[in-house]
Design a protein around this ligand. Sequence first.
Ligand code: GLC
Length: 521
Amino acid sequence: MATAPWWQCAAIYQVYPRSFADGDGDGVGDLAGLTAHLDHLVSLHAGAVWLSPIFMSPMADFGYDVSDYCDVDPIFGALADLDALIAAAHERGLRVILDWVPNHSSDRHPWFLASRSSRTDPRRDWYVWRDSAPGGGPPNDWPSTFAAAGPAWTWDETTGQWYLHSFLAEQPDLNWDNPEVRAAMHDVLRFWLDRGVDGFRLDAIAKIAKDPELRDNAGAARRHDEDWDTIHEHLRGIRRVVDEYEDRMIVGEVALSDLHRIVSYVKSGDQLHLAHNFVFCDLPWDADGFRISIDDFEALSERAAWPAWFLENHDHSRVATRFDDDGLGPARARAVLLLLYALRGTPFVYQGEELGLPDARIPADRVVDVDGRDPERAPIPWRPPSAAGPAAGFSDGEPWLPVVDDAEALCVESQAADERSALALTRRLAALRAQTPALQTGEQRTVDAGADVLAWLREGDGDRLVAAMNFAVTATPLALAPELRRAPATLLVSTDPDRTGGALDLATVTLAPGEALLVRL
Ligand code: GLC
C-alpha cells in the first residue's frame, strides 16, 4: 500500500460533544458518553475523531468561547476523562483531534480580565483596543460574523475604549500581532500535544491575521478584517510547533470564498496539512458547479495541496434539509456520502451525517444559538423512543435541544438493523474506502456523463473505478464516453437501495433521481 500519511487515507468523523452522547444524565453530551460510543466510529472505519471544543467555557458560543485553554469544562467531564478518551480511542486505532480556538478567548478568560482592567495592564495589548472613530462610534466598519451581534466592536466603560470581537462580544479577539500572544497560544498546542492528541482543527483561522492599521472594509478591494498577508507567517509558526511532534496534523477552518486563497494556506507544505473548503461547502445543488469546484481545487493545488471534503458540520444546515426543495433531500444525503468517500481527498463526516439526519425542528422557546445553528446540532438519536423514551437513548435526562422528528426510524439502532438504511450504506462506503487503495490515494479525473450527472474516475494499484451522481430530479441516463461505456463493469455500491448488485451495463444504465453509484471497471 501507498505510504501516504494517515490524514490522507483516513476518513475523519466530527463529534459535537454536547450532542453526541450524554453519560451523566444532565441532558448535555460529554466525554464519558463519547468514550462509551467509540465503537460506532470504529464501525464507520473512521481514522480520527475531531471534537468540537471541550475546554473550560461560559458557553456563550457553546465552547467556542474559551476561558481556560488547558482544562476541560465540567459539563464535559475532567482532564482525566479526556485522557481516558484518548487512550480508548488509540486502542481502537482512532486518532483524536481537538478544536483549537486561537482567534478569540472568552471575555471571562483571565487574560481578558487583566486586559480590560486598565490601559497600562501588561496584558492590555493581548487584545485589540481602540479609541472611538473621529466622529464617534466604533473605530471602523468591521461587522461581527454573527449578524445578530452587529458591529465587531464593544465599548468598555472601565477604560473608555472599544475592543474587537469578530464573533460575539463575549469572544474578544486576541491580538496575534503581539509575540507574547503567539507564544502563549503555541504553548497551548504543546500542552495538548504532550497529552497525546494527534492534531487540531484551527477554528476561524483566517481571522487571526488582520490589517494592523484596522482600515475599513468598505471600498477596499479586499477585506481588512481577515486573511491578511501575515496569515502565512502565523501558520508557519503554528506548523513549526506541531512539527516538534511526530505524525500530527492541523486542519484549518478556512472560511473564505476564494479557492485561490484557501489553497494558499495548504500548498506550500509548511502551513496547514488540510483546509476545510468553504467554496465547496457553499455550492448550490448543481452537477457542473460541483465538477468545476473539484477540478479547480486539483488545478490550483498543482498536486501540492491535499483536498479535504465536507458538506456538513455544526454550523451548516444538513444536506437532507438544505437540498430538499423537491423532496429529494434524503436521497441526496445518501449520494453525498458516496461523494465524500469516493473523491480523492480526506472526507470529513459530521455526526449524524452517516444516518442521513435532517435538521431538527426547534420550537421558538427552545432556541439557544444566536446564529440559527440549533437544527444541525440536535442530539444523536441512538435508540427508538418507543423503547428508550423521548431522548432516544441520547440521555437519561431532558436533552438540551430536541432530537429530530422520526427518531424512531432514524436512530442508530433502527438503522443498524436495516440493510437499506443510510447507516448501512455509510458503513459499506467506509469499508470500501478503507479496503481500496485506489479510493484513498488513486488518481482522479472528472469525466463527461451527460447533463446533471457528476462523474469521476479513480485509478491506482491496477484498479479502475467510476463514480457517478445524478443531480436531476428525474431519472437520468448515464452518458459516459464510449471508452468507459463499453467497459465491463461491476456495481460496488449504489445509494439507491432498490438497485441490485453484480454486473452493470454502463451503456444502458439510468440513474434514479438523487442516486449515486460506484462501479469497478
Ligand atoms: C467557527 C465555529 C463556530 C463558532 C465560530 C467562532 O466558525 O465553527 O461554531 O461559532 O468559529 O468561534
